[in-house]
Design a binder for this molecule. Structure first.
Ligand code: HSE
Length: 425
């Protein structure tokens, strides 16, 4: 039986999940693949921390060199997350001749070019299936199953925490904070949950996916990123009245004049396939020039699904499968600024209900080329503040932003900051 010795960096939710998975699946891997995976050493920050039952505590060390300098260790699995010290350890591992498996979307999105360039130079492998979509084999699908395609667009629900929160707010009668707490208890959320709810985690994942799909570096700082903090229960209710639900979407499109890459809460028509993706589930919809649309759906967060993805990389590594980025495209496209995008919009104004209010708002929108497609205003006593909801036809973001700036300046009529949510149909 061939034994593969693994050096594990990090023993948090995912690291612990991998440890348990490797022991649970040991006879399965021996029978199916003829290999035995053995975790030889585990790097942790805090030696005193209480861990889970069944852990062989003799494997634990707080000295990275004991792992990186150990010639008997065949492959390094990095599950620390974040930029430092993960980046330094991965670079050292590659320099010391070890291949690396990582789930670190933040590192790959923000500093991936440096890591991939070094790996290429040293002829080493970096596997990263678990960095996007938890247990969904999304990287492998892009790399292998769709390898004959030019990918023109990616639409994804790639953050389980946000999808869980929005689903609970929409169907579960739960408020934002309670839903977030539940997501944290279930082990979906990032160590710092603002990474989830402010869209940063989704932006990291989108940058990794778009890098592979569009065959060019995607500078993370140029991915437009808007989270779900400002989504109110009333927006979810009004969206329903118009026939939409609200999802945090990761959107990347290859256009003739550049690449669109954005994370945004989005009104999605109720009959759209992504509208049916609820709870902590993730789904990624690719549009390939040969295959057309293809949807991958599954658990996008949590220790077991994510450890399943890490383990698939370990198995691939044991089979000698390579994990290289495709050659870059001929001429990199620029990442388009959000102000240049064309979209439909949902607008919510908090208006003092008085004669002429609607016509004043419509007038400003009209002057800025914003064409209205639908309106709701609930009946209240005249003279009170009411929500006025408008949906628009396609319009340039910079035009609608300017119109809203002017409308929000009408202080005698507008009583709170107006809300804008894009519609993807
Ligand atoms: N915090 C992430 C999520 C975990 O909620 O999807 C997986 O990356």
């Amino acid at each position: 039986m061939r034994s593969i010795h693994v050096g594990l960096l990090g023993l948090g939710q995912i690291g612990s999940g991998l440890y348990k998975l490797i022991s649970r699946k040991s006879s399965f891997c021996e029978r199916r693949y003829g290999v035995r995976f053995e975790i030889s050493k585990i790097l942790v920050k805090n030696l005193k921390k209480k861990r889970f039952p069944g852990l062989n505590s003799r494997l634990i060390t707080s000295d990275a060199n004991q792992i990186l300098d150990d010639p008997s260790i065949d492959v390094i699995v990095e599950l620390i997350g974040g930029i430092l010290p993960a980046k330094k350890l991965i670079i050292e591992a590659l320099r010391k001749g070890k291949d690396v498996i990582t789930a670190n979307k933040a590192l790959l999105a923000e500093e991936g070019e440096e890591i991939f360039t070094l790996a290429r130079k040293l002829d080493r492998q970096v596997f990263f299936e678990a960095s996007v979509g938890g247990g969904i084999p999304v990287i492998k699908t892009l790399r292998e199953g769709l390898s004959a395609n030019r990918i023109d667009s990616i639409l994804g629900i790639v953050n389980g925490t946000c999808n869980y929160i929005l689903t609970q707010m929409s169907h579960g009668g739960m408020d934002f904070d309670a839903a977030l707490r539940q997501a944290q208890e279930k082990g979906f959320a990032e160590a710092d949950p603002s990474f989830d709810i402010d869209g940063i985690d989704s932006a990291h994942k989108m940058a990794v996916l778009a890098r592979l799909a569009f065959e060019q570096p995607i500078p993370f700082r140029e991915v437009y990123c808007e989270g779900i903090r400002h989504i109110a229960e009333q927006d979810i209710t009004f969206a329903k009245d118009f026939g939409y639900c609200i999802k945090l979407l990761a959107i990347a499109k290859r256009e003739k004049d550049g690449i669109e890459a954005r994370i945004q809460p989005t009104l999605v028509p109720k009959d759209h396939i992504l509208a049916k993706v609820d709870g902590s589930f993730n789904a990624i919809l690719f549009d390939g020039d040969e295959v057309g649309e293809i949807l991958l759906y599954g658990k996008g967060a949590g220790p077991e699904p994510t450890a399943s993805a890490v383990m698939s990389d370990l198995i691939d590594w044991s089979k000698g499968i390579e994990s290289k980025l495709p050659a870059d495209g001929e001429k990199p496209l620029k990442i388009k600024s959000i102000s240049t995008i064309l979209s439909r919009y949902y607008l919510r104004f908090s208006v003092l209900d008085q004669p002429g209010a609607l016509s004043k708002i419509a007038g400003v929108l009209g002057k800025h080329n914003v064409s209205i497609s639908d309106v709701i205003q609930t009946e209240r006593k005249s003279g009170t503040v009411v929500p006025l909801i408008l949906l628009t036809h396609h319009v340039h973001e910079k035009d609608i932003r300017e119109a809203i700036r002017i409308i929000d300046g009408m202080k005698t009529m507008i009583r709170a900051k107006s809300r804008l949510i894009r519609i993807e149909a």
